[in-house]
Design a protein around this ligand. Structure first.
Ligand code: GDP
Ligand code: IMO
Ligand code: MG
Length: 429
């Protein structure tokens, strides 16, 4: 397997964790390059479920894992996650995990600002996970962020916290009318975890480059999905980082020419959690059926996910924006009981058919999906691991996706477990 990037093509929760876990067997290093603990990636191995928010999913295959410079890291959540994995007998020693010294730290005030902003927005809220992601990226862009490389010089680190809290507390007290944050409390909290964090901090870019020079294979684990991307998603109902494949290189500190394969993860239908436009959303019994059959609850916040049909406008957008080299289709088994399955082939807007994803939210909200209807297969496919014995109607549904998106399907997932997978085209050699 060459260096491979895993990207969500829709609005997140496509099953990236499962596919990263599966492919990790063939990689040496696994890297997260953007986002933070707003992500929730689920792996099911030998019937046991593990959810990771921050640490790359490759950790359960015993691969060396990296948190790149493009990720925003809440160190308290990180240590909790390390403890959770250790309690599941997974090695997360500093030999197995390194955090980029350039990664920005999510501070307690970032979470408070995230929550206070959502409350103030009322009906217009984004539906953020409230993990402080947006406010942390904001400070990074305005050059007021605090990075992991600031921790070793603890005196300088303390001064940075005191300085920035003057401004943050003014904002919290006078704009949001909430309690200020006591700098001494924050400093004391960091003093307690500092020594545990230090062995994990390293120059990830340098380690990855050296590894690649020594023929190590890297798997890049995307978080969120293309339509939550800050540049290309349904702005402002997006996350605060660049989610697309181009950022896999930048967010881990390697050059773009090192990326060989880019796999777009596609849920066989569509889900979205949080607010924002979703043209193929279903408000009927079928939407409920998908939600129940797919156990569509957020892995991070536990919120019910909104469900709808597969949308080719969305998928074609993802193919173009990410230079995808193949699809992995997940949760095909969730469609097993449906009589009919629809695919959205375009949007109707003011009497015209549009096939390119619109930039404007108002336009998107006025789009009506144009559907074609396919017969269901009405058969349990969850135990199938050979493509040839999939029901004909399932094969036709997949072939139509390939035809419309002009993209090959390389992997098909028919259950949450690692074993419930059909490898259609071998990408491992
Ligand atoms: P991620 O954020 O993209 O990693 O996806 P999540 O883990 O948030 O959500 C995907 C959910 O679907 C998880 O509960 C997975 O265990 C589950 N899942 C993944 N692939 C399949 C599949 O092929 N079939 C079924 N039924 N569940 C799946
Ligand atoms: P994974 O990696 C689904 C959504 C939130 C909200 C918006 C902004 O598991 O696919 P943020 O906390 O980033 O400020 O929230 O983005 N969101 C996700 N939705 N899966 C995710 O990650 C998400 N990460 C953020 O629900 O609508
Ligand atoms: Mg998720």
């Amino acid at each position: 397997m060459g260096n491979t990037v895993i990207i969500g093509t829709q609005w997140g929760d496509e099953g990236k964790g499962k596919i990263v876990d599966l492919l990790s067997e063939h990689a040496d290093f696994v890297v997260r390059f953007q986002g933070g603990n707003n992500a929730g990636h689920t792996m099911v191995v030998n019937g046991k479920k593990i959810i990771s928010h921050l640490i790359p999913s490759g950790i359960i295959q015993g691969k060396k894992c990296f948190i790149g410079n493009g990720v925003v890291v809440d160190p308290f959540v990180l240590l909790e996650e390390i403890d959770y994995l250790l309690s599941n007998h997974i090695d997360v020693s500093p030999d197995m995990l390194k955090i980029s010294n350039r990664a920005h730290i999510i501070m307690p005030y970032h979470k408070l600002i995230d929550a206070a902003r959502e409350t103030k927005k009322g009906d217009r809220k984004i539906g953020t996970t409230g993990r402080g992601i947006g406010p942390c990226y904001e400070d990074k862009a305005t050059r007021r962020g605090i990075r992991f490389c600031d921790i070793p010089d603890f005196k300088g680190f303390k001064e940075k916290i005191i300085t920035i809290l003057e401004e943050k507390n003014f904002y919290l007290e006078h704009y949001f009318k909430t309690d200020p944050v006591d700098p001494e409390t924050v400093i004391a909290q960091f003093r307690q975890i500092k020594d545990r964090l230090l062995p994990y901090i390293a120059d990830v870019s340098v380690i990855l480059s050296e590894g690649m020079n020594n023929h190590k294979t890297v798997l890049f684990e995307g978080a969120q999905g293309t339509h939550l991307d800050i540049e290309h998603g349904t702005y402002p109902f997006v996350t605060s980082s660049s989610v697309v494949a181009g950022n896999a290189a930048n967010g881990s500190g390697v050059g773009p020419a090192t990326l060989n394969e880019i796999i777009g993860i596609v849920k066989a239908y569509t889900t979205r959690v949080g607010s924002g436009p979703f043209p193929t959303e279903l408000f009927d019994d079928i939407g409920d059926k998908l939600q129940k059959a797919g156990s569509e609850f957020g892995a991070t916040t536990g919120r019910k996910r909104r469900c709808g049909w597969l949308d080719m406008v969305v998928l074609k957008n993802a193919v173009r924006l990410n230079s995808l080299t193949g699809f992995a289709i997940t949760k095909l088994d969730v469609l097993d009981d449906l009589d009919e399955i629809k695919i959205c082939t375009g949007y109707e807007h003011n009497g015209k058919i549009i096939s390119d994803f619109p930039a404007e939210i108002k336009t998107l909200q006025k789009c009506t999906p144009v559907y074609e209807t396919h017969p269901g297969w009405k058969q349990d496919i969850s135990g199938i691991t050979d493509f040839n014995i999939l029901p004909d109607n399932a094969k036709r549904y997949l072939a139509r996706i390939e035809e419309l998106a002009k993209m090959k399907i390389k992997i098909i997932s028919v259950g949450p477990g690692r074993e419930a997978t059909i490898i259609k085209e071998n990408i491992f050699n």
